[in-house]
Design a protein around this ligand. Structure first.
Ligand code: ADP
Ligand code: ZN
Length: 727
């Protein structure tokens, strides 16, 4: 009987389409195929196949493609992701498919050339130079050979046509060498050894039988406790058992330093997956992962959708990181999806953090996750002493931002030959520029944001959309010369102050807009670790996961910065960030300390940080979330309505609100103008849905959107389940 295949296409479509399977072609769910779609051909994945007498009016599958099929569990993950986030199923599939672009698809094999031993017909000087290079018998790429010989590519081509050079297919470089789980390693401390044994026992004992469910485990260890060394042991155990392991990291934490540490433990560097790798390498890595040849992948959040053939462990490092939430396209949280994938593969998931998210902490306390704690730093090192500088009493000099006690501490630190880090979570020179003559404030023309001065680039820049204009000499409003004033500090302005204070010291500014991109930035982070500068000035980028052994002082310039926003996660975020950044101090042989500039030393978050009592902070924050019915004790979803005209966006938001009809246990708030009311020329309104924990939030949303107003014209409604950002 002929069969019909339901094919899901990686476009923003909700349902699979039915196609007839041509005679002779046998398809299974997960196969990657080519199908006609409208006037074009496109790629899709078989979601289901059924025998059916009546498929004759359907279009036919064109053929199967040579790509690794999607496993059952990966397809379930796609279904799950779409159901949970309300994203179109095809958009969820696109993340698991990530097809290479056209350019990369052709160049699958590398061609090399070598001398054939046959003399050339015309032995010109250029030709002889090439043959001299090939005399060593090595195979080289054509352009590499031309370059080495100092001739043009046409000379090499001529020699190939002549038969003096022969073309050979080069074996592709392996994407990754196999890691050795029993590579000789530095000994673990007693506490680490115990934690590692405990971790391995919990992770693997039960799941092997096939009966019990593989657990999720919170590995909570203070900064510098050596969590990495501990979860490496679990990775080693997964590899020993012949399984694959995935280590997820926030993108920027994927440093050479981390890869070297991996190499010290396993003898080779791991395969990596992040936005910087080329599409050709991407495709080979996917194939290697699907074939089970790649044992360990270290990757950013999208590595979660790689086609592992036998996933035996997932580690989510720095699990509390907001960077795990994707804020465009499919709004998903990679940590949560890692837990889902673990469940679908029945493989253990380890969540590692010094400052776990409230959600994870509650799951551990309720016994839904296992919990392993490393309460002390490795090697008897102490956590830094943290003191407040009360900015109401110890004021910086006029026009300055670093209070005298911090200046003195920096001086003492660098005089002792150590490093100091000054932390301010603001890029650029000044967050606001105004004209002192007319009061005009410089604002983005596409967004409701102030333009941030970047003095180095001599520009005013929008941090939302990237719009930039030259910093004018005269006010664009009133024409007065030399009257523009920067208001407030950014890291560049702090660097100016530091250079004036310590003119002969080596100062480096690190933020995500560091010129030269991620690779340069990673190199700079390494140079800091190597002690090649005295004072580091940085944004949150330097707070995370890095190990700077020479750093003994951390100065937080504005601890209060994140506390004033209306975001329900403001307290948690601030606590985590400050705990992480102060935790950079004293990780080497010398003890560290931190000084925290604040106007509200009695604020619960600041007080908890100063007392070093994380337990108290978590208790209070969990209690207040519970009282307010906020996650994880209730559920949240945001709808962001945007349009090119303000009235259109607002009207659509209001029509949505009228259709909300919230049942028992559901509350719909808004529409309210978003804090970022205008981004890239689009006006934005937000609605917030808050439900009790037992409510099926997705079912309610689907219902509501189904009866809500039709989306017309340029209106867009983005759905963000479990929102992390409220802007
Ligand atoms: P965490 O991730 O918990 O903040 P790390 O895993 O980065 O801590 O470890 C902190 C520092 O201690 C690193 O420099 C690491 O190399 C070192 N360290 C941890 N465990 C050991 C060990 N068993 N032997 C030697 N050095 C270790
Ligand atoms: Zn803008």
């Amino acid at each position: 009987m002929p069969s019909v295949a339901d094919i899901l296409i990686p476009l923003a479509l909700d349902n699979a389409y039915s196609y007839a399977v041509p005679a002779g072609l046998v398809l299974s769910p997960g196969d990657v195929v080519q199908v006609p779609l409208g006037p074009r051909e496109t790629v899709g994945v078989v979601w289901q196949v059924a025998e059916s007498p009546g498929g004759s009016n359907l279009r036919q599958v064109t053929g199967r493609l040579e790509a690794p099929p999607l496993s059952d569990s990966l397809r379930e993950l796609v279904d799950w992701l779409a159901r949970y986030t309300l994203a179109p199923k095809g958009s969820a599939l696109a993340m698991a498919l990530r097809l290479p672009d056209e350019a990369a698809r052709g160049e699958t094999s590398r061609i090399g050339v070598r001398g054939s031993g046959k003399p050339p017909a015309r032995p010109t000087a250029a030709r002889m130079k090439v043959l001299a290079v090939t005399a060593d018998g090595t195979m080289r790429g054509k352009s590499a050979l031309a370059k080495e010989a100092g001739v043009s590519l046409s000379v090499v081509d001529g020699l190939i046509d002549d038969g003096a050079l022969e073309a050979v297919a080069l074996a592709p470089e392996p994407v990754a060498l196999p890691p050795d789980p029993d590579h000789p390693r530095v000994p673990l401390s007693e506490a680490q050894g115990e934690a590692a044994l405990d971790l391995i026992a919990r992770a693997f004992q039960d799941s092997e039988g096939g009966e019990a469910k593989a657990p999720t485990i919170l590995l909570e260890g203070v900064t510098g406790s050596g969590k990495t060394e501990v979860y490496f042991e679990a990775v080693a155990e997964a590899v020993r058992r012949g399984h694959q392991a995935l280590i997820l990291m926030p993108e920027i934490a994927l440093t050479a330093q981390f890869l070297d540490r991996f190499a010290e433990r396993f003898g080779v560097r791991p395969a990596t997956w992040h936005s910087g790798i080329g599409s050709k390498r991407r495709e080979r890595l996917r194939a290697g992962v699907a074939a089970g040849e790649v044992a360990v992948v270290v990757g950013a959040r999208s590595a979660l959708f790689l086609p592992f053939s036998d996933l035996g462990l997932v580690v989510v490092d720095e699990e509390h990181e907001a960077a795990y939430k994707q804020e465009d396209g499919v709004h998903y949280h990679a940590r949560d999806m890692a837990v889902v994938r673990g469940r679908l593969e029945n493989c253990p998931v380890v969540l590692a953090s010094a400052t776990p998210s409230i959600e994870t902490k509650v799951n551990a306390e309720k016994g839904r996750y296992a919990h392993i704690v490393l309460p002390e730093r490795f090697g008897g090192r102490r956590l830094p002493d943290i003191h407040a500088i009360d900015m109401r009493l110890d004021k910086p000099e006029k026009g300055r931002f670093i209070a005298p006690p911090l200046v003195n501490a920096v001086r003492a630190t660098i005089e002792a030959g150590d490093q100091a880090l000054l932390f301010l979570n603001r890029r650029g020179y000044a967050p606001l520029t105004l004209c002192r003559a007319c009061g005009h404030r410089y604002q983005c023309r596409n967004c409701s944001t102030w333009l941030v001065e970047h003095r180095f680039r001599r520009a005013l820049v929008c941090h939302q959309c990237g719009y930039a204009e030259r910093r004018p000499d005269a006010c664009t409003e009133c024409g007065t010369f030399d009257n523009l004033t920067p208001c407030g500090p950014g890291v560049e302005r702090i660097a100016e102050e530091v250079t004036e204070l310590f003119p002969d010291k080596r100062v480096i500014v690190l933020s995500s807009d560091f010129p030269g991109g991620a690779e340069r930035l990673r190199a700079e982070l390494q140079s800091v670790a190597d002690g090649e500068c005295d004072i580091v000035i940085g944004t949150q980028l330097v707070a995370k996961g890095h190990n700077f052994p020479h750093l003994t002082l951390v100065g937080v310039l504005d601890a209060d910065i994140g506390l004033t926003s209306g975001d329900p996660r403001a307290a948690e975020r601030t606590f985590q960030l400050l705990q992480q950044v102060t935790g950079r101090a004293g990780r080497g042989d010398k003890p560290g300390r931190a000084l925290v500039q604040t106007y509200q030393p009695d604020h619960p978050v600041i007080a908890a940080l100063l007392s070093g009592d994380a337990t108290r902070f978590y208790e209070e924050e969990i209690a207040s979330r519970e009282a307010a019915g906020l996650p994880p004790f209730g559920r949240l979803a945001a709808l962001i309505v945007s349009a090119n005209e303000r009235e259109v966006a607002e009207a659509h938001g209001q029509a949505l609100a009228r259709a909300a009809e919230p049942p028992q246990g559901v509350m719909v708030l808004g529409p309210a103008e978003a804090p970022l009311a205008l981004i890239r020329g689009r006006y934005r309104f937000r609605l917030l849905v808050k439900t009790e924990r037992a409510v099926d939030l997705q079912a309610y949303l689907r219902d509501w959107l189904g009866r809500g107003p039709k989306v017309r014209g340029n209106v867009k409604v983005a759905i963000d389940v479990d929102p992390q950002s409220f802007l």
